[in-house]
Design a protein around this ligand. Structure first.
Ligand code: CP
Length: 310
C-alpha cells in the first residue's frame, strides 16, 4: 500500500488481502457491538467529519453519516449548492477552509476521476480523505462492502466464480470490485456488457470478457449487476432501454443459468426493468438491501481505522 493510501482511502489498489480482511473483520465486530444497544459509541467522540458531495448520493452519503454518528463523531454535511462554491470558490480553497475549522476527515464524492487524490495531495493538515466515488475511477468503500456481502454468504473466495454485468465502461464500482475480488483471490472473474460498454483494457488478463449474457451466467456463484450510467455517456451507446433489457436484463429465467445458490447484487440505485427485473431485485436471491446494511458497518470500520483509534 502506498503512503498516501495508508493515511487516506482513495482506492483499493495496493491494499493487501490481509488488510482488506482486517477491515471486514472490524466491520463484523462493530456490527456485533452495535447490535445489543441503540446508543452511539464514543470511539470518535470529538472528531469532526465533513461530507463533501459534488454528485448526488443516497446510500453512500447517508451510511457514512450514520456510521460517523454511531461512532460518536460530529458530522457536517457540506451543502455544495448553498455554499461559496457557487460564488466561484475553488475546490482547494473550500478544502483549506474546512481544514482550518479542524476537520479530521473529508468524505468526498466528485464527478472527476482522481479528484480525491488531488485533494489528499494538497492538504495543509493531517485530515484524512475518503473517496466516496470519483468519476469512473474508484468507489473503494463500495468495493469493501461488496466483499463483505459476498464473504457473509461464501467463506472461501477461491472457490467462487463472480460475474459483473452492465455498464462497466463508466463504473467506478466495477473498478473497485475488480480490485477487491482479485486481491481476495476469486477463482474466476467474468465481465459482461455490450461491446460499447466494456472496459478499454484488461491488464494481466484479470477477467474473462463476454458479450453474451446467457453464456456469462452459466454456473456463476455471484452476479453483480450495474446501472446504465446515462449521465456519463457522451452519446447514445445503446439503442434503447427495452433493447438493452432484452439482451442484458437479469430476469428469473436468465438467473436459472447460474448456480442454485447464486446471490444477486447491485450497488444501487437500480433501474428496474432496464438492467434488472423487479422480480429478481425483490426476489429470494437478491442481497441488494444486505449490501446497503453492510455499508454502514464497513464505513464505521474505515472511519475508525483511518482515524487511528482502537
Ligand atoms: N452505490 C452508491 O454509491 O449509491 P449512491 O449513489 O446512492 O451513494
Amino acid at each position: 500500500m502506498n503512503d498516501l493510501n495508508s493515511r487516506h482511502l482513495l482506492t483499493l489498489e495496493g491494499l493487501s488481502a490481509q488488510r482488506i480482511h482486517a477491515i471486514l473483520d472490524r466491520a463484523e465486530a462493530l456490527r456485533d457491538l452495535t447490535a445489543t444497544s441503540k446508543r452511539n459509541l464514543d470511539i470518535l467522540e470529538g472528531r469532526n467529519i465533513v461530507q463533501l458531495f459534488f454528485e448526488p448520493s443516497t446510500r453512500t452519503r447517508v451510511s457514512f453519516e450514520l456510521a460517523a454518528k454511531k461512532l460518536g463523531a460530529n458530522v457536517i454535511n457540506f451543502d455544495c449548492a448553498g455554499s461559496s462554491v457557487v460564488k466561484g470558490e475553488s475546490l482547494l480553497d473550500t478544502v483549506h477552509t474546512l481544514e482550518a475549522m479542524q476537520s479530521d476527515a473529508l468524505i468526498m464524492r466528485h464527478q472527476q476521476d482522481g479528484m480525491a487524490q488531488y485533494v489528499a495531495e494538497n492538504l495543509r493538515s493531517p485530515c484524512a480523505v475518503i473517496n466516496a466515488g470519483d468519476g469512473r475511477h474508484a468507489h473503494p468503500t463500495q468495493g469493501l462492502l461488496d466483499a463483505l456481502t459476498i464473504r457473509r454468504h461464501f467463506a472461501d473466495f477461491s472457490r467462487l466464480c463472480v460475474l459483473i454485468c452492465g455498464d462497466i465502461l463508466h463504473s467506478r464500482v466495477a473498478r473497485s470490485d475488480i480490485h477487491v475480488l482479485r486481491t481476495l483471490g476469486v477463482r474466476e472473474l467474468r465481465l459482461c456488457a455490450p461491446q460499447a460498454l466494456l472496459p478499454e483494457t484488461n491488464e494481466q488478463n484479470a477477467f474473462k470478457v463476454y458479450t453474451d449474457f446467457d453464456k456469462a451466467l452459466a454456473d456463476v456463484d455471484v452476479v453483480i449487476m450495474l446501472r446504465l450510467q446515462k449521465e456519463r455517456m457522451q452519446s447514445a451507446l445503446i439503442p434503447s432501454s427495452d433493447h438493452y433489457f432484452q439482451s442484458y436484463g437479469l430476469t428469473e429465467e436468465r438467473l436459472a443459468r447460474a448456480k442454485p445458490h447464486c446471490i444477486v447484487m447491485h450497488p444501487g440505485p437500480i433501474n428496474r426493468e432496464v438492467e434488472i427485473a423487479s422480480k429478481v431485485a425483490d426476489g429470494p436471491r437478491s442481497v441488494i438491501l444486505e449490501q446497503v446494511q453492510n455499508g454502514v458497518f464497513v464505513r464505521m470500520a474505515v472511519l475508525s481505522d483511518l482515524l487511528k483509534v482502537s
